[in-house]
Unconditional design. Sequence first.
Length: 454
Amino acid sequence: MNITEKIIPHDLSRGVVAAFSGGADSLALLLTLLGHVEPEKIVALYVNHRLRPPQELAAEVTLNKKNCDTLKIKLEIVTLEEGAVEECARERGRGIEDAARHLRYQALQEAAERLNFPYIATGHTLDDQGETVLMRLLQGSGPLSMGGIEPRLGNVIRPLLMMQRGEVETLVRNKGLKWSEDSTNLEELFLRNQIRHSLIPSLKEIFPNYLETLNQVAERNRSLNHFLQPLIEEGVAQVIKALPDRVELDLISLKKLPKIVAEQVVYQGWALLNGGEGARFPFRLVTTLLNLVDQGWPEGEVLNLSNTTIHRFGTNLVWQLAEERLAVGYLSLIYSERTPLGENLELVIEEKSDDTLGVRLDSSTLHPPLVARSFRASDTIGFADGTKRVSSLLAEWKIPPRKRWLIPVLEDRNGIVALLGEAFGGRNRVASRCLLPPLARKGAPLYSVVETKG
C-alpha cells in the first residue's frame, strides 16, 4: 500500500466533495479520487472569490466545465458576493489569503453536509507542505504549528500530499488534460508567493532534497504533538474557565505549567474568547502575557493585547474583548425585557403576545445564564433529525456573509437554544430540547428582534 492509499479512507465510496480550482493539483486530485470512487460520488466544487479579472475567471470556468465533463464528474460553482472576501478579512484580521481560504472551506463543508457526503478532499502537494513548514519555521512557530499540513484532519483528506508539483503536472498532462493558471500565484504581494518565488529557488540549489526534509520535520512534530496534546488538555482544564462574556485564567495553575504547555493554554484561551474567529494571536503577545505571570502580575495591573484586556482579580486573570469588537459582533446577557444587539437592533421578550414573528422556548429546559450573541463559524444547533451547522442554515437562507453576524444566536450553558433569522430574511429555529408542545406555546414568552425606537 502506498502513502496516498493510506491517506484515503476505506469508506470514501460514500461520497467526497473535491476542492477544485482548475489548476493542475486539483485536476490530479480528481484523477486520483476516480481510482477509488465512482464519478457520481464525486462533486468538484469551484469557488469564485471575485479576486481576479472577470475575463480570466470566465475562461477558467469554461475550461473547468470541459474537464469535468470529460471526467464525468459533476461541477458545482459557488460565486461569493462582491467584496465578501475583503469583508471577511477585515472581520478576521488575518488578510485576504486567510479570508479566501476560510470562505472556501466553509463552502466545502456546506456542500458536504447538503450532499450527505462524509469527506472533503483538497489537492495540497508536497510543495505546499514544504512552503507551509518553511513559513512557520521562519515565523517562530511552536511544535503544534510545525506539524504542517495534516494528511487527514477531521473529514478533510489530502491524497496528493506526498506528490511533488512536477509529478502532479505530469499526471495531468499524460491524461491529455489542460489546466488553468491563477494569475495571483505570480504576485509577490502574498507571503507564500514570496517564499515560493524568491526563497525556495536558492534553497533548492543548496538543499536539493529540501521538500523531503521539511516533510520529515512536519512528521516528527506531529508525532511530538501526540504526546503534548494530553498535557495541553489537562492544562486547559486546570487553568481556563470560559464564561459568556470573558475567559478566566487561574493564575497559580498557569504559572506551574511547563512553558511550552502554558503557551498553548494561552492560545486556547484566545480561541475561546474569540469563538475561533478573529485575528491570530502573535507569539510575542503570548510571551508578554506569560512574562507578567512569572513576575507575579500585580493586583490591578491591566494588559491591553490585540483588542482585548486582561486584568488580575484575586487569583484569576480576567480576559475580555475590548469594546470596539462590537462593531462586528456582540454578546449580551439577557436579564431584562429589552437586550441591545448589534447596530440598531434589540432582542425583545414579551410575556403576553399573539405575535408569531419570534420564538417561544420551554423555560424549564434552559440552563442560565441565557445570552444573545452574534453568529460564529463553529456554531451548531441540535434538531430532532440531528445536529446542523448554523453556517449551513444561513447559507440556505441566502444571508450574505457580511450580514450574518447580525443574526441573534440565543445560548445557555448547554449550547445554542435558538436562532432568530426571520427578521433578516431567514427563519427562526429552536433547538429540539427547548421546543414547546403546540398547546403550550400561546402562554410562553416570545423572543423577537425589533429595531431600536427613538
